[in-house]
Design a protein around this ligand. Structure first.
Ligand code: HEC
Length: 140
């Protein structure tokens, strides 16, 4: 519980200080899209699965929103902040123990390489926020 609150606080601080001018989608296209397909249906994914380098981002975003659970009755904004904090952390420090990917996906794909040094703190904020917000209401 303590750990979660720390994460929430860190998330809140970093969201507040995020520069709003950076376009998260542009960062995604530049840094993430070489591995993660942006939009695709699960049906299409099955057809081209062998050619994929990483799970499609529409799937990742949906899975994280579903799998990251926090105490009931908590504010949606806090849930959003926690998911964004998870994404930010994962991009810098990917690890098997943290991965929320299904076992089958982890067998198929290698662990994501850290993107450390490829984006600034503000860019990281922007892209993680975009990964959350862009896929709201979009189905995989
Ligand atoms: C070189 C390829 C590559 C690049 C570039 C890349 N990723 Fe990944 N990513 C992967 C792979 C492979 C996985 C699945 C295995 C894993 O979870 O580590 C993954 C998984 C993830 C996950 C899911 C973690 C989980 O536990 O469900 C997130 C979130 C993610 N990537 C975000 C990003 C973002 C944001 C960027 C750009 C800033 C990015 N990735 C760039 C290869 C990449």
């Amino acid at each position: 519980m303590k750990k979660l609150w720390l994460l929430v606080c860190m998330a809140t601080v970093s969201l507040v200080s995020a520069e709003q001018t950076i376009d998260g989608e542009k960062i995604f296209d530049k840094v993430c899209a070489s591995c993660h397909v942006k939009m695709i249906t699960s049906k299409e994914t099955k057809k081209i699965f062998k050619t994929l380098k990483a799970p499609p981002m529409v799937e990742v975003s949906g899975q994280l929103k579903k799998n990251i659970k926090i105490v009931e009755d908590i504010d949606d904004e806090i849930h959003r902040a926690v998911v964004i904090a998870f994404i930010k952390d994962y991009v810098m420090y990917p690890h098997l123990d943290k991965s929320m990917c299904q076992a089958i996906a982890l067998e198929r794909f290698d662990l994501m390489p850290s993107q450390k040094g490829k984006l600034s703190e503000a860019e990281l904020n922007a892209v993680a926020t975009w990964v959350y917000d862009f896929y709201v209401g979009k189905k995989f």
